[in-house]
Design a protein around this ligand. Structure first.
Ligand code: ADP
Length: 519
């Protein structure tokens, strides 16, 4: 795609507009963690139901404990033990009534869940120091347990078994040593099973929530419950406190900062509009340029035919006119030749612009092409005191486009004629390994280094005194280089001590040998 192509500008500016729009949207994007208001009702409902369930279990346990306490111990201790074993956590069943160490011998203590060799503490009312009494004792308040109301109760001993006591009709008191850990474990099991269904509303309400056992283990949970809870609802029982933990729920919400977003989109729209504007302008400019080239092209075409006729007739007339007129006619012929070259350059340039420049390679002798071009300049060079020196001959027949070669040489010599009058010009032509090398070196004012490349651009002319008084289009060297490149070669300004030296290198393969018919 041509660099001046309007499409290129449109694509570039369109991409920039898109980048601005996306960049703006990215800058404007805000991601926030927003606390979501929760419906607390399911949690409260669950809390109530669980508290009821825990109280129910507590009462059930006490009921069972009373039953065990009221069952008189069998004469067979093993049987009594068996009867009592179904009460979870029961470690020892005692029937006590003694107030003196001597009576204490009549108290009954039946271990239910003692490890081998473990000595469970024996509950007693006595305080005395009878050496016959066991050392590990739990002293209970006799007045409270034997006389006052109510006739049963719980005694929690920190770090030790909890006690349930029941005054019996016999006047004695049944004392149950209970392992609270075991009761809790059993309650946990029951609650875990119960929670499986009851926790469902909480789950639907979208947690995170969790049910914590007294030892902090999670019996049920919903959502991510790793951090510290935001709320803890205690559910108290005599066997410990269960807790319902609840966390605030957060949601990531995406929003856009309006002013930034609008600024981004606004800038994108502006750039897009600029793109469309530039596209339209460039298209119009290109169309205009194409129209101009086409106009100049048509005019040049129109000029070429009459000019050719004029030159033809001049050649015919030259043979018939007397000596003085012949010189003037020569001048006319020269000027007509110049005009012809100008037209040829314009037509070549316009063909190049339209991408229609074609090279027609043919068998030719470069030296003859050079002869013919230098002949055109002979008279004007003489008048302008330009001495032409020829070196090398390149007489070998080879394959290249003779017209293109002629046009390149003519353009180079035309420049010498215009810019280096009174100088010496050396035209060297060498044919080397299938490459034609031609140098045109003059001893004129030369070309400043800064303009060495620029002079090959179309319409570029060195802005200096040298150009003063000499007309030109700035097309000659551009066309010469384009033709050289089309021929697969190069044309460059070479460094030189004096004047300007141009070097042309074009592939010029030898003419293939005609095939001899097989004998
Ligand atoms: P034009 O001759 O029509 O201006 P060209 O493309 O042939 O265009 O040349 C471009 C410029 O290069 C000229 O305007 C001139 O300034 C400079 N130039 C070309 N050849 C020579 C030369 N032999 N000596 C000095 N200057 C030159």
């Amino acid at each position: 795609m041509n660099l001046r192509s309007p499409w290129l500008s449109l694509i570039l500016l369109g991409t920039l507009a898109l980048a601005l729009a996306f960049g703006g949207a990215r800058l404007a994007r805000r991601v926030e963690n927003v606390r979501v208001e929760r419906d607390g009702a399911p949690l409260r409902g669950f809390e109530e139901a669980l508290q009821t369930e825990l109280s129910r279990l507590e009462q059930l346990y006490e009921k069972h404990a009373r039953l065990v306490a009221n069952t008189p111990p069998d004469s067979d201790a093993a049987k009594t033990k068996k009867n009592a074993e179904w009460l979870v956590g029961l470690r020892q069943l005692s029937l006590i009534g003694a107030r003196t160490p001597a009576d204490a011998k009549n108290d009954v203590h039946i271990p239910i869940d003692a490890r081998i060799g473990e000595e469970l503490p024996l509950p007693a009312f006595v305080r005395g120091n009878d050496p016959g009494l066991p050392k590990k004792r739990i002293i209970l308040p006799a007045d409270e347990l034997l006389e006052s109301e109510p006739d049963r109760g719980w005694i929690a001993q920190p770090g030790q078994s909890t006690i349930f006591w029941q005054r019996l009709d016999s006047g004695r008191v049944a004392v149950l040593l209970i392992n609270v850990e075991a009761v809790r474990a059993s309650m946990n099991k029951r609650i875990a099973a119960w929670t499986g269904e009851e926790f469902e509303p909480v789950r639907v309400a979208g947690g995170p929530d969790a049910l914590l056992a007294p030892d902090d283990t999670q019996l049920a949970s919903v959502g991510n419950t790793t951090a510290q809870p935001n709320m803890l609802l205690p559910l108290r029982t005599r066997f410990g406190t269960w807790r319902l933990a609840s966390w605030d729920r957060f949601e990531t919400r995406e929003s856009f900062h309006q002013p930034t977003l609008l600024a981004g989109i606004g800038a994108a729209v502006l750039v897009a509009m600029l793109g469309v504007f530039v596209f339209a302008q460039q298209r119009a400019a290109n169309r205009l340029a194409a129209q101009r080239v086409s106009f100049v092209n048509s005019v040049s075409h129109e000029l070429r035919t009459p000019l050719t006729n004029m030159l033809l007739n001049l050649d015919l007339v030259a043979e018939q006119v007397p000596e003085p007129a012949e010189a003037r006619l020569g001048l006319v012929r020269e000027e007509a030749g110049r005009l012809g070259r100008l037209i040829e350059n314009v037509l070549t340039f316009s063909r190049g612009e339209q991408g229609k420049l074609t090279i027609r390679a043919a068998a030719c002798r470069p030296v003859l092409v050079i002869d013919s071009v230098t002949a055109q300049f002979a008279a004007s060079f003489e008048r302008k005191k330009i001495a032409l020196l020829r070196k090398g001959d390149a007489a070998e027949p080879c394959v290249l486009d003779p017209d293109a070669l002629a046009q390149i040489i003519a353009n180079l010599l035309s420049n010498v004629e215009k810019y280096a009058p009174g100088s010496e010009v050396t035209l060297t032509s060498i044919w080397e390994n299938g490459v034609l090398i031609m140098r045109v070196a003059d001893t004129g004012p030369g070309i400043p280094a800064h303009a060495a490349e620029r002079i090959f651009y179309p319409f570029e002319r060195v802005d200096s005194l040298i150009n003063e008084g000499s007309t030109g289009t700035g097309l000659g060297l551009a066309i010469a280089r384009e033709l050289a490149q089309e021929m697969g070669g190069t044309l460059a300004l070479m460094p030189s001590e004096r004047g300007a030296t141009f070097e042309l290198r074009v592939p010029a393969p030898p003419v293939p040998e005609p095939k001899t018919a097989a004998a």
